[in-house]
Design a protein around this ligand. Structure first.
Ligand code: HEC
Length: 141
């Protein structure tokens, strides 16, 4: 093997062994969850939502598509995220947040089946964070 061939062969190996797996890994990491970008303060709540609520509920901002419970984008913000001036937005968020928090703390019965959504899935602090996340991001999908 000439020295030149040897070097090209080396480059080829490098591409196969390092560059391709790296590219594949990156691509997978990016597209894996379908979560949307949320402000840093809501990131932890987003992942709590994915783990604890996403199996039952669809929510665009969390990238979940559970369909045992209602689609929370439709239920809470059918006409899109809260709009208007800041004060109005904050008021809507506050109301939604209370509704979500209540559902997490007390659970939700359906008209036919009690306990379809079990109470106390999260502790109070987590429930607080997750309700904030849901209230602020529902309706994006
Ligand atoms: C075991 C499945 C399940 C899990 C897990 C679950 N839910 Fe639910 N959720 C339901 C069902 C079912 C309903 C609707 C009950 C009905 O009316 O039929 C519901 C209803 C709701 C409602 C609507 C309450 C209202 O005011 O109408 C909200 C908000 C909600 N869930 C948020 C959450 C959040 C946030 C989490 C995660 C902490 C969560 N859910 C976890 C099944 C679940």
């Amino acid at each position: 093997m000439s020295k030149r061939t040897f070097i090209w062969f080396g480059v080829l190996i490098l591409v196969l062994a390092v560059v391709i797996p790296f590219a594949a890994f990156r691509a997978k990491g990016d597209g894996e969850t379908g979560e949307t970008e949320v402000p840093n303060g809501l990131k932890q709540a987003q992942s709590l939502f994915v783990t604890n609520c996403g199996t039952c509920h669809a929510l665009y901002s969390a990238g979940t598509d559970g369909n045992y419970g209602p689609d929370l984008d439709e239920l809470l913000a059918a006409s899109g995220p809260p709009e208007g001036d800041q004060e109005k937005i904050e008021e809507t968020v506050k109301n939604l947040k209370g509704r979500v928090f209540n559902a997490i703390e007390n659970g939700v019965d359906s008209s036919t089946t009690p306990g379809r959504m079990p109470p106390g899935i999260l502790n109070e602090e987590q429930a607080e964070e997750v309700s904030e996340f849901v209230a602020r991001t529902a309706g994006q999908g």
